[in-house]
Design a protein around this ligand. Structure first.
Ligand SMILES: Cc1cc2nc3c(=O)[nH]c(=O)nc-3n(C[C@H](O)[C@H](O)[C@H](O)COP(=O)(O)O)c2cc1C
Length: 178
C-alpha cells in the first residue's frame, strides 16, 4: 500500500488541472528575488541577460542552477561555450538590470553599462557586484520554455554592497532588519 502511494506521488500531474502560465507569472511576482546578470560568450562576443531565477544548488562541489529561456541569445551561447558567470547586482546597479533585460538589445551597447572584466572561464564578470560566480556548465536540464544550466562554481568575488531585489514589477532595496 505504501509503495502504491509512493508510485502515485511520483507520477507527473497528468489528469490534474494545470494552472495557466499567466496565473503562475502573477503569483511568482509576489516572490522577492535577487537580481543577477547572467553572462557568457559567443565566439569573440559577450552576451548577457537580466535574471531573477538563479538559485543555490549545492555546497560541495559548489553549484548554482541557472534557468534561461530557450529563445534568449544567452541560451545558445551557454550551450555552445559551456561557461557562464552569474553577477548578483547591488542596489546602485539597477540601471544595469534595465539594460540587460531589453530583448534584442545590442550587446556592444549593454556592456557599456558597468565595468567588466574577464573571469578564469572567459565569462564577463561585473565589478562591484554583490557577488559574482564564474562557472562551468556541468549539465543541462530541459523543462518547458527554459533550459536549466547546472553550473559548477570555480571562482567567486564579492563586494560589501546592498543587494538589489525584484518584486511586483519593481526593483527594490533591502532596508530593514528584524
Ligand atoms: C525582472 C526580469 C527577470 C527576468 N529573469 C529571467 C530569467 O530568470 N531567465 C530568463 O531566461 N529570462 C529572464 N528575463 C528575460 C531576459 O532578461 C530577456 O528576455 C533577455 O535579456 C532577452 O535576451 P535576448 O535579447 O537574447 O532575447 C527576465 C526579465 C525581467 C524583466
Amino acid at each position: 500500500m505504501a509503495d502504491e502511494h509512493m508510485a502515485d506521488a511520483a507520477q507527473p500531474a497528468i489528469g490534474h488541472a494545470a494552472i495557466d502560465a499567466d496565473d503562475f507569472r502573477q503569483v511568482m511576482r509576489r516572490v522577492a528575488t535577487p537580481v543577477a546578470v547572467v553572462t557568457s560568450v559567443c565566439g569573440d562576443d559577450r552576451v548577457g541577460m537580466t535574471s531573477t531565477s538563479v538559485c543555490f544548488a549545492a555546497v560541495d562541489p559548489p553549484a548554482l542552477l541557472v534557468p534561461v529561456k530557450r529563445s534568449a541569445r544567452a541560451a545558445a551561447a551557454i550551450e555552445d561555450s559551456r561557461i557562464l558567470a552569474v553577477n548578483f547586482l547591488s542596489e546602485v546597479q539597477h540601471g544595469i538590470a534595465r539594460a540587460f533585460l531589453a530583448e534584442g538589445a545590442s550587446t556592444a551597447v549593454v556592456f557599456c553599462e558597468g565595468s567588466w572584466s574577464k573571469g578564469a572561464t572567459g565569462a564577463p564578470l561585473l565589478r562591484h557586484s554583490v557577488a559574482s560566480f564564474d562557472c562551468v556548465v556541468e549539465d543541462v536540464l530541459a523543462t518547458g520554455t527554459h533550459l536549466i544550466f547546472v553550473s559548477r562554481v570555480i571562482a567567486t568575488s564579492s563586494d560589501d554592497a546592498g543587494a538589489l531585489l525584484y518584486r511586483d514589477g519593481f526593483f527594490r532595496r533591502l532596508d530593514e532588519n528584524f
